[in-house]
Write a protein that binds this ligand. Structure first.
Ligand code: FEO
Length: 409
């Protein structure tokens, strides 16, 4: 139920989108929410972020349960992407077109590009800009590329609440609202979000976490723009972000593959058995049955990727092309890699997969394993052995993120 009271005069007035199943290529099987926050200060009232445009009526109803929306004095846009700013023009139309919209410099640029015909009273803020609401003070933290160039956080020191835009979010819209209402499964949703949205900017996340530590913010609650709010132990999600941002991995191998006439799948099964025999965790993932975004979620803390494709028309099977193209854009790092697959006459797929692994900077186990038409007993043994070698390589590879000293948190 919204609005959701977070502290005296502070509410989540956002909406839940139960039905969305695809978020620019990311499978959102639990829907998502567009969280937005109303702060009724003793002197001024502020709305932080809005919602996706089709939800504007529900959003206004949520606000109206607390105040007359016309009483909003200031809007803050932490992020210009349309899931948080799509409703901005209609909100301004209803509450007063000249109300100031505080945003970053890049936010002004992005919002102007999206709403070129609107005369919006943009007020650019920088780190160090403070806005007093009377009993509360808003301050801003630049978070470029998390997840767009304009992104920023807003912090209210008196309440210890960090409004973190996309960061620390999850695409999750069930009945729960707070971290203490959920178990460990919450971190899977948060990990999926990081793997599919923030991973390309892992270095920036790490720098941000360090600068947050230097700022010595007294954070009591983290309120992202998607999903569950972190009130019980906000430092735990910060700690996990540190781990993911440093590409920390487990002794874990994922084996992704597709198959035409089951030959590549037979190889995959042997590889999985071989790797498992070494004691490492191994997850077989047929790309026909696993969504690309779930593959990324498993890859983020895996130490090795093994990828198998039959050769089709001198190339890689198209389902693998989809996954590898998506994966390359997300820039996973510090992984081992290996390729395998069957072929009928020309057999280019393994060579092309090797190039994909090289382009992503993976440390390749070898030149890969090819089998003509159907793997025979020797070739199945070679596949098993390849799995064993990868399992051993995973155990031997140091986890560089553990070498960072002192620990981030
Ligand atoms: Fe939730 Fe980058 O928007």
């Amino acid at each position: 139920m919204r609005p959701l009271k977070l502290a005296e005069g502070i509410y989540d007035v956002g909406v839940k989108d139960w039905n969305i199943r695809d978020f620019h290529g990311y499978s959102t099987h639990m829907g998502t929410s567009y969280n937005a926050f109303l702060i009724v200060g003793s002197q001024k009232t502020v709305l932080i972020d809005t919602v996706k445009e089709p939800f504007v009526n529900q959003f206004m109803e949520n606000i109206s349960k607390i105040i007359d929306p016309k009483e909003i004095d200031i809007l803050v846009s932490n992020h210009a992407e349309m899931d948080h700013s799509g409703a901005l023009p209609r909100i301004l139309h209803q509450i007063g077109a000249d109300k100031p919209v505080y945003c970053s410099k890049m936010g002004e640029r992005a919002l102007s590009a999206h709403f070129p015909t609107r005369q919006i009273n943009y007020q650019v803020v920088k780190p160090g800009t403070d806005i007093s609401l009377g009993n509360y003070t808003l301050s801003f933290i630049e978070t470029r590329m998390l997840h767009w160039p304009d992104s920023m956080f807003t912090f209210i020191k008196e309440a210890g609440i960090l409004f973190s835009s996309d960061a620390f979010g999850q695409h999750y819209a069930w009945h729960e609202n707070f971290d203490d209402e959920m178990g460990e499964g919450l971190f899977h949703h948060a990990k999926k979000y990081f793997a599919n949205i923030l991973l390309p900017y892992a270095g920036k996340v790490e720098k941000l976490l360090k600068s947050m530590e230097e700022m010595d913010l007294d954070i009591k609650m983290i309120c992202p723009d998607h999903g569950i709010l972190w009130r019980k132990n906000p430092r735990e999600i910060i700690r996990r972000y540190g781990r993911w941002a440093r590409h920390q991995s487990k002794e874990k191998v994922i084996v992704i593959y597709d198959t035409m006439w089951n030959s590549t799948e037979k190889m995959a099964k042997e590889i999985v058995d071989g790797a498992r025999s070494t004691g490492v965790e191994v997850i077989p993932m047929s790309v026909r049955n696993w969504h690309r975004s779930d593959i990324m979620t498993e890859l983020i803390d895996a130490r090795a990727l093994m990828v198998g494709s039959p050769t089709l028309n001198n190339g890689i099977f198209p389902t693998l092309c989809d996954v590898l193209c998506y994966m390359k854009g997300l820039k996973p790092q510090k992984k081992l890699g290996a390729a395998f697959g069957s072929y009928g006459w020309s057999g280019e797929a393994v060579k092309l997969l090797n190039k994909e692994l090289d382009d992503m900077g993976f440390e390749r186990l070898d030149d890969g394993l090819k089998t003509l038409y159907v793997p025979d007993k020797d070739q199945l043994t070679a596949a098993y052995d390849m799995g064993v070698r990868m399992g051993e390589a995973v155990k031997a590879k140091s986890n560089p993120t553990e070498e960072i000293s002192p620990p981030l948190l």
